[in-house]
Design a protein. Structure first.
Length: 95
């Protein structure tokens, strides 16, 4: 599975729009974050969600590098390591 390459950035305003920052116009829209019209989600929470989504390509790349680093082989039985492996698998469409 392939995703839109990063970097992704957050465009200000409500809804916060996450777009690819690949230098091309128009940008590829990745996602919009908003409160669904309910007003139950605060603006700071919506903005934090947008920042987390925008950081996803870098987080994915960093996690992939870390999990494949030979120095971490001895931790492969640790729960935190297994959680990271499962999170990475979910990005590839595995349960």
């Amino acid at each position: 599975m392939s995703h839109t390459p990063g970097p992704w950035i957050v465009s200000p305003g409500l809804p916060y729009r996450i777009v690819s920052d690949n230098g091309y116009k128009p940008e590829t829209v990745i996602a919009d974050t908003w409160d669904g019209g309910t007003r139950f989600v605060s603006k700071p929470t919506i903005e934090a969600n947008a920042r987390l989504i925008a950081a996803s390509p870098e987080l994915l790349a960093a996690l992939t590098v870390l999990l494949n680093h030979p120095a971490l082989e001895r931790y492969q039985t640790d729960q935190a390591y297994q959680d990271a492996v499962e999170a990475l698998a979910r990005t590839e469409g595995h349960p």
